[in-house]
Write a protein that binds this ligand. Structure first.
Ligand code: GLN
Length: 523
């Protein structure tokens, strides 16, 4: 390996407002990866319903199963990275696997059609998604934690670094979503494959960029390489041998859950119970530690309601945009999948504004405590669906709704995301005792996994006007039309916001019991 003198990049003075070049390398890598993830996800349900001819309910559950597993495998990837592989190997392997998965989807989407090839296309779909789930498990937790490793623990630039990184995420999502919508969601189902091909190329690009710059730029302020294989690591090759086993297990779970019986929900339950036991059976935790950990568990529970409603974007909200919304502007009909992009645009523009709002409030001593900000996030989410309810109230068959309502929904959801997502991760970082830092981050990921699963289930209740089946029922409530459907999210998010609001003072006090250094916002 080529040795670069430490002083080529570092150190930057603690006062410096510029950032190490390593941050921009991670920014670029994550941007291409998010291009691939969100770009693919934007057209996935449309591909499933329009090319693979799955019904909406099945496609929704399948989407939920896939995205749920995407958030479950980081538990395994984080564990393997800490003990065997280190961040760099994990990111490279994860990136290559995800590119491979996208190319497999490209072959799947190139072979759908007459019955003889349909089965092949079906299995390639499962295989592609399975490979991507495994790859993401290695990639996602490692790239996020590497951002912080480029700085010394007390470096004030860390907050800004995570904001820049978060913008990279959303920039990637924006570019990816735009390209895949335009080249894949054309009205001709044969074109979906181009979206997957573009995502594969993007992921490959991200991996190549990372590999090119990693030795040169990924260093601590002292010039020490970060994310290398742990010094006492053995078993590196053994982990490669385990990859096919992991893939087989993931494929089995994905298939069982979508085609046979719910498998992922009990798996999530077991994971939650296992982690709860591991943490709370530790006798060395102080009373203040336990209080902080309980706050993480409680807010993670509320966060499930947020993402379950928020992640309707590529599922039921895309069905809505496709079938029930007027998408024509200046004589040009926009693809249904392109509207999810609004979230990325609002986040890129809104993230710095939001940071300014918190700072301004902080100067007056009026910055809300994190649980209250998260309650506000849920309230914005409920408001987004409420606007949509006005749009679809008493909607006559065949009448299409103005796109204003979906634009307003995405705006309010993005404001909510900015109140909840970076704040929540920062809270986990702040409250987790060092020995349980990764495991408690896993609790956050698990909340995402459960939420995405629930998102798929909720989307499967989307009222299909063409269906002759009886109206779906949720907890005794009949969902007969779009108003009922969107009202479910208004009520669930508003109730969750209300309860979190009421207990936020108590949670803030429990957090005060800990006297930890300043939070490190993450995404
Ligand atoms: N949009 C962020 C990302 O893609 C956060 C997503 C989430 O936590 N569900 O990383």
């Amino acid at each position: 390996m080529q040795t670069i003198p430490a002083q080529t990049e570092q150190p930057l003075s603690a006062e410096s407002t510029s950032h190490p070049r390593g941050l921009y390398l991670l920014f670029a890598t994550e941007m291409w990866e998010r291009f691939s993830y969100y770009g693919m996800r934007a057209v996935l349900v449309l591909f499933l319903t329009k090319a693979m001819m799955m019904d909406k309910a099945f496609a929704s559950k399948f989407y939920g199963g896939y995205t749920s597993l995407v958030y479950l495998t980081p538990l395994i990837g984080g564990f393997i990275s800490d003990r065997y592989w280190g961040n760099r190997r994990s990111i490279l392997t994860g990136g290559l696997l995800m590119a491979l998965g996208q190319f497999t989807l490209f072959f799947s989407a190139s072979n759908y059609g007459p019955e003889s090839t349909h089965a092949l296309s079906h299995w390639l779909l499962y295989l592609g998604l399975g490979v991507m789930i495994v790859g993401n498990g290695f990639f996602k937790p490692n790239i996020s934690s590497m951002v912080g490793s480029l700085y010394s623990p007390a470096d004030k630039r860390k907050d800004a670094a995570y904001t820049i990184f978060y913008m990279g995420i959303n920039l990637g999502s924006f570019i990816g979503n735009t390209i895949t919508s335009l080249i894949g969601d054309t009205g001709n189902p044969a074109d979906f494959r181009w979206a997957f091909l573009a995502c594969g190329i993007a992921m490959l690009l991200g991996t190549v960029v990372f590999n090119w710059g990693k030795d040169k730029y990924l260093r601590t302020p002292e010039g020490v390489q970060v994310g290398e294989t742990p010094a006492i690591s053995g078993g590196i090759m053994g982990v490669y041998a385990l990859l096919p086993v992991l893939l087989a297990i993931i494929l089995g779970i994905l298939w069982l859950d979508s085609a046979k019986f719910p498998t992922i929900a009990p798996l999530l339950g077991v994971a939650v119970l296992g982690i709860t036991y591991m943490i709370f059976s530790d006798k060395s935790l102080s009373g203040a530690d336990v209080k902080g950990i309980m706050v993480i568990f409680i807010v993670s529970f509320f966060v499930v309601f947020f993402w379950a409603a928020f992640e309707q974007a590529p599922a039921s909200l895309t069905f809505f945009a496709d079938e029930q919304m007027n998408r024509t502007i200046f004589g040009f009909t926009l693809p249904a999948s392109i509207f999810q992009n609004l979230n990325a645009i609002f986040v890129v523009v809104g993230a710095p504004l939001m940071a300014m709002v918190w700072t301004a409030l902080g100067r007056r001593g009026a910055e809300p405590p994190s649980p209250l900000k998260m309650a506000m996030g849920l309230a914005f989410l409920a408001a987004g669906y409420l606007v949509m309810c006005f749009g679809v109230h008493n909607l006559q068959p065949g009448v299409k709704v103005s796109m204003f309502f979906l634009v307003a929904l995405y705006f309010l959801h993005s404001v909510g995301e900015l109140c909840l997502s970076p704040i929540g991760l920062s809270l986990v970082n702040k409250l987790a005792p060092v020995k349980f830092a990764s495991l408690l981050m896993a609790v956050w990921f698990l909340a995402n996994a459960a939420a995405n699963y629930l998102a798929g289930y909720m989307s499967s209740l989307y009222p299909d006007p063409k269906s002759t089946a009886p109206a779906p029922v949720l907890l005794g409530f009949h969902i007969t039309n779009l108003y009922d459907f969107f009202m479910v999210f208004v009520v669930s998010a508003a109730v969750a916001a209300g309860i979190l609001f009421l207990i936020s003072g108590k949670l803030a006090k429990m957090m005060d019991a800990r006297n930890y250094p300043a939070p490190v916002p993450q995404v």
